[in-house]
Design a protein around this ligand. Structure first.
Ligand code: SF4
Ligand code: SF4
Length: 139
């Protein structure tokens, strides 16, 4: 499976990426509409809407650690991610850790925008219009 595992740099950084936003999943991370539904009902995953002039599409990813402030990832623990590496979202596996202090960690592979378009095409989500009424106008 492609991607990057934690490095010594990640241990020192203590998962700053995870304390900001969860990584995005791809439809194949679940494999069926039923699996997606179960994940959402469990409260451990959520649907995020990407909305601007270029895109209106949804993506599934782990829920926030702090849903009020919309930060963090529900799977982040004191000693790191509680999910085994192969079970982590695609976006988490494809974040290349920086090699030196002062550099940026680099997201690689399928971007969150591309992932959202894949999710809309997957048939795993309810029709987008059936969700729009749940989105407050100020978001
Ligand atoms: S990927 Fe980057 S931000 Fe995330 S834990 Fe590793 S070094 Fe820190
Ligand atoms: S699933 Fe794991 S690796 Fe991905 S953001 Fe959450 S804690 Fe970090």
């Amino acid at each position: 499976m492609e991607g990057y595992r934690e490095t010594e740099m990640c241990s020192r950084c203590r998962g700053r990426c995870c304390s900001l936003q969860p990584g995005h999943c791809l439809p194949p991370d679940f494999g069926s509409a039923e699996a997606v539904k179960e994940a959402l009902v469990s409260g451990r995953y959520t649907i995020v809407l990407l909305l601007d002039w270029n895109i209106m599409a949804r993506v599934v990813r782990p829920h926030y650690k702090d849903p009020q402030r919309k930060v963090g990832c529900i799977f982040q623990q004191e000693n790191g991610c509680e999910l085994p590496w192969p079970a982590r979202p695609y976006g988490c596996r494809m974040l290349r850790p920086r090699e030196r202090d002062g550099e940026h960690c680099k997201p690689e592979g399928i971007s969150i925008e591309e992932a959202a378009r894949m999710w809309e095409r997957s048939g795993y989500l309810p029709p987008i219009w059936s969700c729009l009424h749940q989105i407050p106008l100020n978001e």
